[in-house]
Design a protein around this ligand. Sequence first.
Ligand SMILES: NC(=O)c1ccc[n+]([C@@H]2O[C@H](COP(=O)([O-])OP(=O)(O)OC[C@H]3O[C@@H](n4cnc5c(N)ncnc54)[C@H](OP(=O)(O)O)[C@@H]3O)[C@@H](O)[C@H]2O)c1
Length: 293
Amino acid sequence: MILVSGATGLNGQELLRVLSAKGVAVRALVRNPAKADAIAALPHVQLVQGDMARPETLAAALRDVERAMLISSSAPDMLEVQSNFIDAAKRAGVKHVIKLSGIMPELDSAFRFARMHGEIEQRLEASGLAFTHLRAGEFMPAYFRQVPNIVAKGAMFLPMEDARIASIDVGDIAEITARVLTGSGHEGKIYPLTGPEALTMTEVAEKLSAATGKTIRYVNVPPEDARKAQLAAGMPPYLADALFELFAERRNGKEAAVWPDAGTLLGRRPKSFDEFARRHAAIFRGEAPPPKV
Ligand SMILES: NC(=O)c1ccc[n+]([C@@H]2O[C@H](COP(=O)([O-])OP(=O)(O)OC[C@H]3O[C@@H](n4cnc5c(N)ncnc54)[C@H](OP(=O)(O)O)[C@@H]3O)[C@@H](O)[C@H]2O)c1
């Protein structure tokens, strides 16, 4: 049996759709079944309730599970909840844990979630379980956060200067994850996952303009102004602080490399930002609500 955690989130839902379409029987770990109607309706998907912050709730969820996908939120307790999951998986006799990690999981990173991912990867490797680290770059849907400004002001405001970033389509991450969960030969592997090109924010704005038929500008903003705007928009302070750290790393070019692994695993070119922008043009025009990211 395969178990997918983070099942109500961005990547978990996409992964469940891919596995379901392939006819793979899968268990979806959810904290709150009331939020899980969409995944509960998928063929071959069985919901199981559990909270990674409460390890005692995980034993039943992990019974007879051979491979598990580990995903949780970018939250202050990420290190603790993912460590709980690894310990519970070990106790339950799970064979292989696949972890959704970050592209630069350095223990001395300025970005708190990169440090946590690095620590979790090490704990997973030390657990004795088979592991695969999927080190994903920026998810393309991160640009949905810019929709209010794009619609109201025709601009995206980011503290990126002219740095490049190689963001990835979450559908591609889901396809790769499904192959790792159902295939062989991925034990002990580390896959950095990016899209096929590294773009400046000026290029991202040009691509969104082309897809929407509207002029969308990129405005570089001082990092402190970006943080204040996020707090004013209601973002929790820990997340605004984490993004402040993350963008400092990005301005240093830490996410500018394009890695070949996604293309190798998919057997095709990963989806481009142009394709993402065209697929979601109605959202960037303000004609459809952006998904929560
Ligand atoms: N944003 C990026 O560009 C980026 C890039 C690379 C890596 N990452 C990493 O990707 C991960 C987030 O992935 P995502 O965006 O797909 O997730 P997401 O949309 O933020 O959703 C998080 C999921 O984890 C679940 N969850 C959180 N805490 C839990 C707990 N204690 N017990 C059970 N379930 C729990 C949530 O359940 P509820 O619905 O109940 O809250 C939700 O299903 C983070 O580790 C982040 O650092 C992000």
